[in-house]
Design a protein around this ligand. Sequence first.
Ligand code: NAD
Ligand code: IPM
Ligand code: MN
Length: 346
Amino acid sequence: SRVVKLAVIPGDGIGPEVIAEAEKVLDAVTAASDVVFEKTRFSLGAGRFLETGDTLTDDDLAAIAAHDAILLGAVGGTPGDPRLKDANIERGLLLRLRFSLDHYVNLRPSKLFVGAPGPLAAPGEIDFVVVREGTEGPYVGNGGAIRKGTPQEVANETSVNTAFGVERVVRYAFELAERRRKKLTLVHKTNVLVHAGAIWQRIVNEIAAEHPEVTVDYLHVDAATIFLVTDPSRFDVIVTDNLFGDILTDLAGAVTGGIGLAASGNINPDGAFPSMFEPVHGSAPDIAGQQKADPTAAILSIALLLDHLGLSAESARVSAAVEADIAARSAARTTAEIGSAITARL
Ligand code: NAD
Ligand code: IPM
Ligand code: MN
């Protein structure tokens, strides 16, 4: 039988609660198949930092990198917690994993399932994928501040956009559009961010010439937020930079029934490094430890993980179980009740 080495990082807050349910589903869907998931658990996050002072050591990183895939809940403490001032969990742990493992495609599908409690009165069919660049943009830490703490302080955070980095993610987005409804929307802010905007627009135009079947569209990011609310069915594949993609996908989660349903994959398409699957949401300190979190985003991240590993039948079974569960949702349920109900449908 095939063995898949899976690194599991439950993380902080609701992370361990939703990962417990995701693991129930993974165990159930692979129980009868000839794939065996060998799991290694990594205790990382704000909790680990408070205990040991470590965020992500070189040894942790090497051990994680030796796996075939990674499942992550969420990491991070309560925003503003003074004890975490030096922890830098988001940069030192989450972004370090994404950058070191070259997760240049941050894949964030948005689908409005039948019965999902979306906020829109007449949403139409919503089914699009945001292909968010994962290793560049304003996230790289190319910045600094001078004259700190004075009225003359200057703080810079430079967005890095390389031809290499933009081209590879744009190519991925076009290939994905070819397999879907053949429509690609570049979202940027080319009217103001003229340098970064120009390289994205030029590369999209160049790759578009190789994909004559794909209809290409452009929206400024501010206008894109309008259409995500007023006309989300116009989107098929959206390609955008790291920061715009972060913001758009929380909005996309909200219009498709809540952030508790939004899954993601941090993909290294070349397969040189393990890809990492995680809900779009964070550790939600406001509801942590109360069994109030919706584990569906973590469970749909399992579907993305299975699909990435070529286990498309198992992936489809997970998606179908989630879809059936959402269609039947009525009374409020605990995290574990939702996970068990989805597991029972497999
Ligand atoms: P958040 O996503 O944790 O929470 C935002 C809101 O959504 C909260 O009201 C929360 O209760 C709700 N929510 C989130 N997930 C939910 C779920 N599964 N079911 C029901 N409701 C849910 O964002 P935040 O409050 O900005 O961040 C909290 C911490 O998480 C911060 O430390 C942040 O840096 C971190 N974070 C981590 C990740 C990650 O690990 N991938 C992602 C985002 C934020
Ligand atoms: C996400 C999160 C992260 C991001 C943070 C926690 C670094 O918001 O996964 O969407 O901005 O990418
Ligand atoms: Mn985010």
